[in-house]
Design a protein around this ligand. Structure first.
Ligand code: SR1
Ligand code: MG
Length: 390
């Protein structure tokens, strides 16, 4: 009963207040605390605790023993330790792109971190038509700096292997292997979609052995290629923005994997925002989102190159080969993310809030683009190659 709270349960809002009061390192003794659970993700509980006297607030993020979306997913609470450790490290190498962390408590499976209430979640902003200019370059920089910074040749082979042992993440990787890279491509009971979309999926996805083979290659790669430290679930709901600042959150899926997985996942979620507006015929949609994707890919290439050179990795031919490979992987994983958010259990609100027939139109477009990107991934080396296929 450390800090006066029973550690075998997920905390209630009142228990979170007791918890932070008893810790004595977050608020003064005279604080008048209020707490609200604000989590909207599939896994964890997220509490905002605010002192009504000073206005100061923090976030308490707690990992429960099962996923919020379904208790079918029993997920190690070690994900909270992993995220805390990762955020502590990112606060050294890319501090401008992550929230501050103040503490971690293994007994309660929770960590305390900066409240980003001055920011909004990028997914919500994009749906509301707040077409920010700043975030693509920031996200590209965050990915490229953290990806290059964790390559074998930067860390050193031995240090990299030791680091890999700290970020072994079997439960969360299993979720990705199942929900992103397996189930949507077969007729599996956990898939969820309308009858019309199911008919389209049967024809376009489930009866195409060549597609299944390409997806199996991507899954194999995700399971075996420990290229670098990746976020592992980088979508527009994992990003907080203001007009000028960008913060990446929810690092619990982090693992050593292929760099292109992050770039591909993020591009797919930009495409969902674009499809949302396209079917609603919002003006200026196509050019804004094409610019976002162009900027993400070009800035990633630039930042990857700069970070490579800053780390004195001298082989420019190897740099070009590696970058081209990241781009091809990104196209393939982008395709998988587009398909799994449409066919699989974990949806995106960009599409799920649409009414029929717009919803079917957006879903079938996402599936068609996803399939094309998977099948033609080896032709996607530049932003132009990618944009020509959407
Ligand atoms: C059981 S968790 C389902 C999905 O939510 C997370 O945010 C990941 O995207 C995961 O695939
Ligand atoms: Mg997440």
């Amino acid at each position: 009963m450390q800090y006066g709270v029973n550690s075998s349960f997920t905390m209630s809002e009142q228990e979170v207040i007791t918890y932070v009061k008893n810790r004595q390192d977050c608020f003064g003794a005279d604080a008048e605390l209020v707490c609200q659970e604000i989590g909207d993700g599939n896994l964890n509980y997220v509490f905002r605790v605010r002192d009504l006297r000073s206005g100061h607030s923090v976030i308490v993020k707690q990992a429960g023993p099962v996923a919020r979306i379904s208790d079918e997913f029993v997920v190690s609470t070690d994900r909270n330790r992993l995220e805390y450790q990762l955020l502590s490290e990112y606060n050294k190498i890319v501090p401008e792109f992550v929230p501050d962390v103040y503490g971690f408590d293994q007994s309660q499976n929770c960590m305390i971190m900066e409240d980003l209430s001055a920011y909004i979640i990028l997914r919500q902003g994009l749906i509301a038509g707040q077409f920010y200019e700043h975030f693509p370059k920031d996200i590209a920089n965050f990915m490229a700096k953290s990806h290059v910074g964790n390559l074998d040749w930067v860390l050193g082979g031995k240090a990299k292997k030791i680091k890999m042992s700290q970020f072994i993440n079997p439960d969360l990787c299993e979720i990705t292997e199942d929900l992103v890279l397996t189930e949507p491509f077969i007729d599996c009971p956990r898939n969820e979609m309308s009858e019309a979309t199911r008919a389209y999926v049967k024809e376009q996805l489930w009866s195409d052995p060549a597609l299944l083979h390409q997806v199996n290659r991507l899954k194999w790669q995700f399971m075996t290629d420990t290229e670098t430290l990746i976020h592992g679930d980088l979508h527009t709901g994992s990003v907080f923005v203001t007009e000028h600042q960008t913060k990446v959150i929810d690092h619990e899926f982090a693992c050593f994997g292929p760099a292109g997985f992050d770039l591909g996942s993020f591009l797919a979620n930009i495409l969902f925002a674009m499809l949302h507006h396209e079917v609603k015929m919002t003006e200026g949609t196509r050019s804004y989102f094409e610019n976002v994707m162009e900027c993400l890919i070009s800035s990633y290439r630039t930042s990857f190159t700069e970070t490579w050179r800053l780390n004195h990795l001298k082989d420019e031919l190897l740099l070009t080969e590696k970058l081209n490979k990241v781009m091809e992987d990104a196209a393939g994983y982008c395709g998988c993310e587009l398909i799994r958010r449409t066919v699989g259990i974990a949806k995106v609100v960009d599409i799920s809030i649409l009414e029929e027939p717009e919803k079917y139109i957006a879903e079938s477009r996402a599936i068609a683009i996803g399939k094309r990107l998977i099948m033609e991934a080896n032709h996607c080396k530049s932003a132009r190659d990618f944009l020509d296929r959407i």
